[in-house]
Write a protein that binds this ligand. Sequence first.
Ligand code: SER
Length: 369
Amino acid sequence: MKFMGANELRESFISFFESKEHLRMESFPLVPKNDKSLLLINAGMAPLKPYFTGIQKPPKSRVTTCQKCIRTGDIENVGKTSRHGTFFEMLGNFSFGDYFKNEIIPWSWEYVTEVLKLPKDKLYVTIYLEDDEAYEIWTTKTDIDPSRIFRLGKDDNFWEVGTVGPCGPCTEIHYDRGENVAPVTNVEDFVAASDADRIVEFWNLVFIQFDKQEDGSYAPLKNKNIDTGMGLERLAVVVQDVDSIFDVDTICALRNLVCEIAGKEYGKTYQDDVSIRLITDHIRSATFMISDGIMPTNEGRGYVLRRLIRRAARHGRLLGIEGSFLAKLSAEVINGSKAGYPELEEKKEFIFKVLTNEENQFNKTIDQG
Ligand code: SER
């Protein structure tokens, strides 16, 4: 396995798919366009839905992106665990009626085993229960050991988000982080090892074949499509052989700055670590949201942003930080990410102003209280 920084990983994925004739596209903004089913973009495929359904014509039938994403469903766990976060980048490649299973399965194996050089005896694959075609391709077009392939049901290997939209069965690639452990040999042990976080899923390859309707039925799409998604931070945990997303090179630099401002050392007390991780995560989300034009308000996306900023400010106080500090951290987010997201640098003064205003307003309310 070869060490790669998060920025290097992003570029390696995108260039790999460029070499497979994909068009590299910039990340779409976090605010969805013409999509009432979503508050914030939460997956690489989300802004591409009209290309899957055929409502719009894509610039090319093969596209690759690294999409900024926010998921706040698990916000209460952020900080408390080493793996939850609200902001992440999703690496993805997409086929709009172009290639299908026969191509993506061997390509994904090539990327993982030949470019990233992940050891084959650490990898597992899951497929949808009835998907004999995927099994056939995995076992004839790659050199994976067939005993490392498991079949799972709709909850695990069928991808859909929200109530409507493009969806389909999927196959996932997993990494075994266990040290000096015997390989799992049956599906029950596989599920138990996944629940225990020993085995982690890191790449989801979705065979988009249906458009889920409001009545819950699955209308077949005219074309067969591919949508893959791999969380950059989660991949970096595997490739950098670290314990959590907060130890990944780029995020660790931000975490260290939180510690420096607070005069705290990471890894000393659970309570402080919770606050350090929470601030590290929330400032990333807040910085990107403001750069995409979201303002703190009392409803919808604006409320999500307000909550993120206030939670970060409150945890700053718990760490003993006095005065406003979020703009300083935001500058570090921008430094670490501006290469991939030039809009951050362009809007930095505005971002700092919005953060500091909201933080001061919050501090005033608390002090008066
Ligand atoms: N849509 C799938 C996901 O979000 C794959 O991109 O995991």
